[in-house]
Design a protein around this ligand. Structure first.
Ligand SMILES: Cc1cc2nc3c(=O)[nH]c(=O)nc-3n(C[C@H](O)[C@H](O)[C@H](O)COP(=O)(O)OP(=O)(O)OC[C@H]3O[C@@H](n4cnc5c(N)ncnc54)[C@H](O)[C@@H]3O)c2cc1C
Length: 370
C-alpha cells in the first residue's frame, strides 16, 4: 500500500480543522481528515451563529475582536445587537458584568426599562435593566466553513472524509498514522482539531489528555405569536439561564444548558427544550405555537474554559487546536492564524499582534500532566 507523506495532518474538519488547514496550506503539505462523511457534521453544524464580543469571557474577547475585521471583510457578519437582560434586583449582576469587561475593548451600554421595552416587545414587568452590546452580529457559519475548506483546497491541502484516525505512532521524527478506511499517512506534525474527541485523539497519539470536556447545549426553533421581528436583538439572560434570537421569522431559543457528555452525535432532551420554553415565557408574554425543530451539540472546554493552541509539552510533533467551547466560530479567523504562526514558527501579523499566546498554550495546563 502507498503511504502518503505530508508535513501536517489535521484531524477533524469542523471549523477548527478547516480554518487551520487553510492557514497552513500555503506554506506546507497538509492533509485534513474527517471521520464523518460530511465536514461540519458535529458541533460546527449546530451553532447559534452569533459573533458576540463578551461571549466566552474577557480572555476570549481578544480572539473575537481580532477576528471581527476578517469576518466583516469577507461578508460573514450581519448586524444583530445583543442585550444582556436582568430582573429587578439584578443591578449587582449588571455591575459585575461591566467590571469583568472593563478595559477589554468591548463596548457595553446600559439600558433602562423604557429603552428595553422598545427593543423587546411584550417584555414582562420584572425585567428592568440591560446591557447592550451593539456590535453583536449573526455569522454565516456555513459560508465561513466553506470559505476555509475552499481556501485550504486551492492552496493544495487534501481533504479526506470518512477517514477516522485510529492509530498514531511516532517513528523517528515523524508520525505514522492509520485510518479506519485502511489508508495510512506519514507527517511531521499531527494536529488535534477533533472537537469533543480532542482528548481521545491525544490518547491515540500517546499524549496525556488535558481534560477537555464536552458539554451539551440545546437549541429549539419555535413558531411564536407574535413572530419575532427581524431586528430583534440577541437576548441573553445576564445570569446565564437562556438566550434567544430571531431566524427568518422563527425564534431560536436555548436554555443555556451545559450537560456533561461523552463525545457522541449529540441529541436534544425533551426536558431541556421544556426548560427553555418555561424560561422564555418568564421573559415575554408571547405564545409558543410549535417547536418546529430542535438540536444539540457538544461545546468542548479545557478546565479553565480557554482554548488550547500549541505543541504538546511532552509529545514531540503533537499540536493541540482544541477547547473551542462556545466561541469556536466567532474566534476562528484569529485562532487559526495564531495557531498556524505558532506551528510554523512564523512571525505575528496585524491580526494576531494583540494576542497573548501564553493564555492559550497547553503548558498552562501541565499541572494535569505530572
Ligand atoms: C448549540 C450551540 C451553539 C453554539 N453557538 C455558537 C455561536 O453562536 N458562536 C460561536 O462562535 N460558537 C458557537 N458554538 C460553538 C462552536 O460551534 C464550536 O466552538 C465549534 O463548532 C467547534 O469546532 P470544532 O471544529 O472544534 O469541532 P467540530 O465541529 O465538532 O469538529 C471536530 C471534528 O473532528 C472529527 N473527528 C473526531 N475524531 C476524529 C478522528 N479520530 N479522526 C478524524 N476526525 C475526527 C469529528 O467528526 C468532527 O467533525 C455553539 C455550539 C453549540 C453546540
Amino acid at each position: 500500500m502507498r503511504i502518503h507523506v505530508y508535513d501536517v495532518v489535521v484531524i477533524g474538519a469542523g471549523m477548527a480543522g478547516a480554518s487551520l488547514a487553510a492557514e497552513l496550506a500555503p506554506h506546507v503539505r497538509v492533509l485534513l481528515t474527517e471521520a464523518e462523511s460530511m465536514p461540519g457534521y458535529h458541533t460546527t453544524g449546530r451553532s447559534a451563529a452569533f459573533w458576540e464580543q463578551c461571549y466566552g469571557g474577557p480572555q476570549v474577547a481578544p480572539l473575537t475582536l481580532a477576528s471581527g475585521p476578517y469576518l466583516r471583510e469577507h461578508g460573514m457578519l450581519a448586524p444583530r445587537g445583543a442585550l444582556y437582560v436582568a430582573r429587578a434586583g439584578g443591578a449587582a449582576a449588571v455591575e459585575a458584568f461591566e467590571t469583568t469587561f472593563a478595559g477589554s475593548g468591548v463596548r457595553l451600554d446600559r439600558l433602562d426599562r423604557a429603552a428595553l421595552e422598545r427593543r423587546v416587545p411584550g417584555l414582562r414587568p420584572d425585567w428592568v435593566l440591560a446591557l447592550s452590546e451593539p456590535t453583536c452580529a449573526d455569522i454565516d457559519v456555513g459560508a465561513l466553513h466553506q470559505h476555509y475548506l475552499a481556501m485550504a483546497r486551492s492552496a493544495g491541502a487534501e481533504l479526506r472524509v470518512s477517514t477516522r484516525l485510529e492509530r498514531a505512532e511516532r517513528e523517528g521524527d515523524a508520525w505514522r498514522l492509520a485510518f479506519g478506511n485502511g489508508e495510512e499517512a506519514r507527517a511531521r506534525v499531527l494536529v488535534d482539531a477533533a472537537g469533543a474527541w480532542a482528548d481521545a485523539v491525544a490518547v491515540l497519539a500517546g499524549a496525556r489528555p488535558l481534560g477537555i470536556a464536552p458539554l451539551r447545549r440545546t437549541i429549539a426553533q419555535l413558531r411564536t405569536d407574535p413572530r419575532p421581528a427581524a431586528d430583534l436583538p440577541l437576548v441573553l439572560d445576564i445570569d446565564g439561564g437562556f438566550y434567544f434570537k430571531p431566524e427568518h421569522g422563527k425564534l431560536w431559543l436555548s436554555p443555556h444548558d451545559e450537560t456533561p457528555s461523552a463525545p457522541c452525535d449529540a441529541a436534544p432532551e425533551e426536558l431541556d427544550v421544556a426548560i427553555a420554553i418555561d424560561r422564555f415565557q418568564q421573559v415575554v408574554d408571547w405564545r409558543v405555537l410549535a417547536v418546529e425543530r430542535k438540536w444539540a451539540g457538544l461545546r468542548s472546554f479545557a478546565p479553565d474554559r480557554l482554548p488550547v493552541y500549541g505543541f504538546d509539552p511532552q509529545v514531540a510533533g503533537f499540536f493541540w487546536f482544541a477547547g473551542q467551547g462556545g466561541f469556536g466560530i466567532q474566534t476562528a479567523p484569529a485562532a487559526a492564524r495564531l495557531a498556524a504562526q505558532i506551528l510554523l514558527g512564523r512571525p505575528r501579523d496585524a491580526m494576531t499582534e494583540p494576542l497573548d499566546a501564553a493564555l492559550y498554550a497547553p503548558e498552562r495546563l501541565t499541572w494535569r500532566l505530572v
